[in-house]
Design a protein around this ligand. Sequence first.
Ligand SMILES: [Fe+2]
Length: 314
Amino acid sequence: MTVSAPDRNAAGIQAPAHSSTEGIVTDEASLTPIVLKAMAGTTDPRLLEIVTSLVRHAHAFVQETRLTEEEFEKGLDFLVRIGKATGEKTNEAVLLADILGISSMVSLINNHRGDDATASALLGPFWRANAPHCENGDNIARGESATHGIPLAISGRVLDKQGKPIAGAHVDVWHADPIGYYENQDPSQPNMNLRGVFTTDAEGRYSLRSVRPAGYPVPTDGPCGELLRAQNRHPYRPAHVHFMVSAPGYRTLVTQVFADDAEHLNSDVVFAVVQSLVGRFAETTDEKGQRRATLQYDFILEPGEQKFPAPPIP
Ligand SMILES: [Fe+2]
């Protein structure tokens, strides 16, 4: 590119020449500080910190990979298609963050403080607000598809960090059916199948009955599926049960408990398996040959704010 002659205004008077090279790019090394300086007036200090870091890392990424213009265009097109593939029933942007491990990293830095409180895990896209309130011991397998699974009894306690029981805590449970589908993605299941909210008793105990969930693939019909195939990765999550445990005065815990014998336990496509969240799904076979499973899992809440997320998909 050639440097143009100094601008002339409408009257044809020559504008003064630049007196400084400030803000003028000379080579790739000069660009990043110029961009950062242009953003330095950002009013919100946290926004300034985040975008500054983003620009620094993005520039370094382009330099490190020596990104070609064709690759840059392809990348932008990929992001546009992520947006276009996101709608009322799917969130491809969340899925992209998940399969790149970014969602798990955000969860880890915000929720794992190395103390005794139960670790958090991703909310996932299938939580529904207003699941039915149940009595302890109730069965949340409400439909035909679910009843063909291996019966699963789940029980445990909700405790504070000193080990004292928290009475009246809500344990909101949801999971996929034995084929791997959630109720809100499978029209053949009854409304609110495999979902329920249980309330702990005076000893902090909760209990429920259900059927063993199966692992399942994340959606692969969009750009994220293309990426997984290009990376020779399988799309599966290991079998797990979602929990949201809440009580006034305690930080709401959103987590998942993974079956210790699940396929893909060591290669969760969204990297959500944390060692402490692997639960023992103990199986027995009765005299009639019927397999039965139990999961015993205690939740430890930390003091904080009881608040609930917005449902990912209404
Ligand atoms: Fe899930």
